[in-house]
Design a protein. Structure first.
Length: 160
C-alpha cells in the first residue's frame, strides 16, 4: 500500500537545495507524510543515491523506530544514534567511512559526474523492530523486509 512523503524544502523530482547538501549546511531536510497504512507499528526511512560510482547505492540516511503517530521529521535532525524527537527513533550508519557516520549526510556527488538522484523511502512496518542504534542499511533491511506494509517515496536531485 502506498502513502505520501513530501518535503516543504523541495518537490519530487526537483533539485535538493544546497542547504541540505555537503556543499551547504549539510542538515537533513524537513519531511512530512500522510495516509500511513492502518496497523502500522513503526516507520523506517532510508535515503540513498543509486547513481553513486560505487557497487551499492550510497547511503545518506538510515532512521528507524519512528513512532506510527509521527507525521514528520523536522529540518536538521540531530546526528545522534538516539533521538528524543520523534521519541524512541534511532539512527543508523551512512556510507561515509569516516567523520559523521551516524545520521544524515547530504548529497555531494563527484564534480562533473552529472545529476544524481536521491531517494527518500519511508517504510510502514507491521511490527516493532528489536534492533540497536547505529546499524547499517543492510542490517535494518534484513530486520524489516518481511514487515513492510506500505512505502512512500520522495526523490530529489543534485549535481556539482
Amino acid at each position: 500500500m502506498a502513502f505520501t512523503l513530501t518535503s516543504p524544502a523541495f518537490e519530487n523530482g526537483k533539485p535538493i537545495p544546497k542547504k541540505y547538501t555537503g556543499e551547504g549546511a549539510d542538515v537533513s531536510p524537513p519531511l512530512e507524510w500522510k495516509d500511513v497504512p492502518e496497523g502500522t507499528r513503526e516507520l523506517a526511512l532510508i535515503c540513498e543515491d543509486p547513481d553513486a560510482p560505487t557497487k551499492e547505492p550510497w547511503v545518506h540516511w538510515v532512521i528507524y523506530k519512528i513512532p506510527p503517530q509521527a507525521t514528520s521529521l523536522p529540518e536538521n535532525v540531530p546526528k545522534t544514534s538516539r533521538l528524543s524527537k520523534p521519541e524512541g527513533a534511532l539512527q543508523g550508519r551512512n556510507s561515509w567511512p569516516s567523520g559523521q557516520t551516524i545520521g544524515y549526510r547530504g548529497p555531494m556527488p563527484p564534480p562533473g559526474h552529472g545529476r544524481h538522484r536521491y531517494y527518500f523511502r519511508l517504510y510502514a512496518l507491521d511490527a516493532k523492530l528489536v534492533i540497536e542504534p547505529g546499524v547499517t542499511k543492510s542490517v535494518l533491511w534484513t530486520n524489516m523486509k518481511d514487515h513492510i506494509v506500505g512505502q512512500a517515496e520522495l526523490m530529489g536531485t543534485y549535481e556539482r
